[in-house]
Design a protein around this ligand. Structure first.
Ligand code: BES
Ligand code: MN
Ligand code: MN
Length: 463
């Protein structure tokens, strides 16, 4: 380890509590990208990050407006590294998912609280806390290198990841020259188990859709019209029940045609991971049984098989008590996770045609695409992966495992396919961090080990 790397790590260690306090200030901003009433908060979070990037010494710091939902990107760079140092594109997102159900939070979602070595708040780990690790690693390096960095760095932080990432996709498509780099660093995934450094090499894609079913032209008295008027909820339930069988197999014709099996080496490596299905069922899922395709392991089912889920069915009467009404309209929010080599275009076309073909009599069915992300598997054969493995070995004292993630990060596909960047997904969340759920947390030891890993990675990248 160079003297300067050592100095950067020492700086990070001496400033741990300040780093956490700053993160808390960012977590107090409810930057919920899907809710229009929070647009001002989303922008405040962007400005908070931009001003810190400026303070630590990044250059060309600016908010980039996008034409989509209107949540800005934060961009910054520092491109004066000595010699042939590579350029690292650090990516993260500052938007968060809604916090509901609020009454299940032990402490309020936007009032960050430390308990048992964890920091609890919406966005603590997904992804404000992990994005902040990048910023704090850069600050530590700037200090140790006296206003310089060991590599060239571009920072790109988006505010629409949780709603599909269309703005950042537009920017990557239209301005690839502004993102010229040798590697993308993404910290928005998890470790497979506590103390087990993990690189994520694949993400599922997704199509998020709405099925709208319309029956009568207005809500009707269910006594006066029940028996003659179609019920859109019943029609919707009939449609949904045909999408998947009891073994979790999706019934859409052609849906599995392009599903690629993981390689034999990958499957072998997954078998060797410390995974206990019963423990997973009890501590993470909490259901009486796990479901899904019986011929595939849980890891295969969640990482390498497509799936279909229903997220909510707005409409009709959902207040307390009873109301006898036949709603005019019902909606279901339905998403499918995709895996290589499925494509979002083909999967959506197959799904839409199938839903239309099974629509019951008496209703009008409309299928809409809300957002989508392509599935991706990245190559592990490059010097950046090796640098990351050795950086994390220094910090955790153990070898890195390679996993895939069941979730999606829409822009990663564009980094890999659009920009041709090797992408390093080095994340520090834990399986029980409650992403998107009540009591989201970040294990603070991992926040600090993450900063240290990134400091070491950036110091040795390309070397
Ligand atoms: N950070 C997650 C994705 C993730 C989580 C990847 C765990 C691997 C392991 C990301 O913020 C996320 O939640 N993405 C959404 C994307 C969607 C809204 C397009 C997802 O996966 O639901
Ligand atoms: Mn995330
Ligand atoms: Mn998320």
């Amino acid at each position: 380890m160079s003297e300067k790397t050592g100095a950067a790590i020492e700086f990070a260690r001496n400033n741990q509590q300040r780093f956490v306090e700053e993160l808390k200030a960012l977590l107090r901003i409810p930057s919920i990208s899907t809710l229009p009433e929070h647009a001002g908060d989303v922008r405040r979070a962007a400005e908070f990050i931009a001003s810190e990037l400026r303070r630590i010494g990044m250059e060309n710091v600016r908010l980039i407006e996008t034409a989509t939902k209107g949540h800005p990107l934060v961009y910054a760079d520092w491109l004066h590294a000595a010699g042939a140092a590579p350029t690292v594109l650090c990516y993260g997102h500052y938007d968060v998912q809604p916090a509901e159900p609020l009454d299940e939070w032990i402490s309020p979602p936007f009032e960050p609280a430390e308990r048992n070595g964890n920091l609890y708040a919406r966005g603590a780990v997904d992804d404000k806390g992990q994005m902040w690790m990048h910023v704090k690693a850069l600050e530590s390096l700037f200090t140790a290198y006296e206003g310089k960095l060991p590599v060239n760095v571009r920072v790109l932080v988006e505010g629409e990841e949780e709603v599909g990432g269309e703005g950042v996709a537009w920017f990557v498509r239209e301005h690839p020259e502004e993102l010229r780099a040798d590697v993308a660093l993404v910290s928005d995934t998890e470790m497979f188990a506590p103390d087990l450094p993990t690189i994520c090499v694949g993400l599922r894609g997704m199509i998020y859709t709405e099925i709208e079913v319309r029956g009568a032209s207005i809500d009707l008295h269910s006594g006066m019209y029940g028996g003659a008027a179609p019920n859109p909820f019943v029609a919707l339930a009939q449609i949904i029940s045909k999408l998947k069988d009891e073994n979790g197999r999706i019934q859409i014709p052609g849906f599995y045609d392009r599903v690629a099996s993981p390689s034999a080496e990958e499957l072998k490596a997954w078998k060797a991971l410390p995974f206990n299905e019963e423990h997973y069922r009890q501590t993470e899922v909490g259901s009486p049984e796990l479901t899904g395709e019986p011929d595939y392991s849980v890891l295969e089912r969640t990482w390498a098989r497509p799936t279909l889920d229903v997220h909510g069915m707005p409409g009709g009467f959902i207040g307390a008590g009873a109301k006898t009404v036949i709603p005019a309209k019902a909606v279901a929010k339905v998403s499918m996770r995709l895996v290589p080599d499925q494509t979002t275009d083909e999967a959506f076309a197959q799904y839409k045609a199938f839903v239309e073909s099974i629509a019951p009599r008496g209703v009008v069915v409309t299928v809409r695409l809300i957002h989508s992300a392509e599935p991706i598997v990245v190559s592990t054969d490059n010097s950046f992966i090796k640098a990351a493995v050795s950086a994390m070995h220094e910090v955790f004292g153990t070898d890195t495992v390679f996993v895939r993630g069941g979730g999606s990060i829409p822009i990663v596909g564009d980094f890999v396919r659009g920009l041709g960047l090797p992408t390093l997904m080095m994340g520090f969340g834990l399986p029980d961090d409650n992403l998107h759920a009540p009591n989201e947390k970040f294990h603070l030891a991992n926040f600090h080990r993450g900063i240290e890993s990134i400091v070491r990675f950036l110091s040795t990248a390309g070397g």
